[in-house]
Design a protein around this ligand. Structure first.
Ligand code: GAL
Length: 338
């Protein structure tokens, strides 16, 4: 009898261990907000890849609230996620997420935006300095001299500073030559259309005597706000405008001649890379493609930085449409064909 019970217990323990090994990796994704259309795409691609790789994912949206994001991190850890992928609302406040996750043996991958000043595990992003360079290079090739304005991105997002570094890499020599004059340059509180509008509206209202030649905006929402302010002052089409993210509205503005260019981030590759890394880490395997390190103020974080592409009027078909990022019909829907 005793022997039978022992065999039964051994069998049950074995079954438990077997099913634990068989259980699907559970991955958490924390998203800043769904205001900018791109995050929906990042999210969907990430979830799709995790599923394809045999895992399950759980997503939370913080609605731009860093405290809410910390609570959501705690909730996902409570729910048993083995790896957390975070699009931080705030570059430093998100350290609380990393510290809490580590206390619970959960590694953290920072997605697109770097979490600074803590022991972050991995970082998956695009080369944001190169994006700033692309924007400034494209506009200065068209207008190598004149009055330029810069609407930087969110003050609490490291990407905003990297973009600015890249922009100045190109602009600074032209500023020193006296060809380009920076008439304003300011960071914003968020990446919102509203702030783009406010900055340009205020500038034009207060500086009627200054001709604005170009605006470099941190993303397409800020660029869209700038365009609507220019329209109100009948200046649309006169000022070069660079943005970022290849939002559908921005592509339509490029087609209409209101925006000069945008930058298309490799969202699919970024989301797939993060999903793949998360699944590997959950199985105790180090992700193989983190081929550089990025200093986050505390440590050298293993990272991968992918390449972005410029989108302008002539290459919309060859970039965002041919890669399936935007459907051709979405452009036509607006009544604006190429
Ligand atoms: C930034 C990112 C930009 C843009 C922005 C929100 O962190 O670098 O590409 O997506 O967030 O619009």
């Amino acid at each position: 009898m005793k022997r039978n019970i022992l065999i039964l217990i051994t069998f049950l323990v074995g079954l438990l261990i077997f099913s634990a090994c068989q259980s699907k990796p559970h991955i958490g994704l924390l998203v800043d907000n769904l205001q900018q259309e791109r995050w929906k795409k990042d999210m969907a691609l990430f979830e799709e890849k995790v599923k394809e790789l045999g895992g399950t994912s759980e997503v939370r949206i913080a609605d731009s609230d860093p405290d809410k994001q910390l609570e959501q991190a705690k909730e996902l850890i409570e729910n048993g996620v083995e790896v957390l992928v975070v699009i931080p609302v705030n570059q430093t406040k998100a350290c609380d997420i990393v510290n809490y996750a580590h206390k619970n043996y959960v590694p953290v991958i920072s997605y697109d935006r770097l979490i600074k000043d803590c022991n972050l595990d991995y970082y998956v992003s695009t080369d944001n300095i190169a994006i700033g360079e692309m924007q400034a290079e494209y506009l200065t090739k068209i207008k190598p001299s004149g009055n330029y304005g810069i609407i930087g991105g969110s003050k609490v997002d490291n990407n905003a500073y990297l973009l600015n570094l890249g922009q100045l890499n190109i602009l600074q020599p032209l500023i020193e030559k006296g060809d380009i004059n920076i008439v304003f340059s300011q960071f914003t509180n968020s990446w919102s259309l509203h702030e783009g509008y406010e900055i340009i509206n205020e500038f034009i209202t207060k500086n009627a005597d200054i001709q604005l030649d170009a605006i470099i905006a941190g993303n397409d929402a800020l660029a869209a706000g700038a365009i609507s302010a220019l329209k109100e002052h009948n200046l649309d089409g006169d000022v070069l405008i660079a943005g970022q993210d290849a939002d559908i509205a921005a592509i339509r503005s490029i087609v209409a001649g209101d925006q000069t260019m945008t930058v298309y981030k490799p969202i699919e590759a970024m989301a797939y890379t993060a999903a793949d890394a998360a699944i590997k880490i959950s199985k105790g395997i180090a992700p193989s493609n983190m081929n550089i390190t990025v200093h986050n103020g505390k440590r050298l974080v293993p990272a991968i930085l992918l390449k972005a592409q410029i989108v302008h009027k002539q290459n919309i078909d060859l970039t965002v449409i041919s890669e399936g990022f935007i459907e051709e019909t979405e452009l036509e829907k607006n009544g604006k064909t190429k």
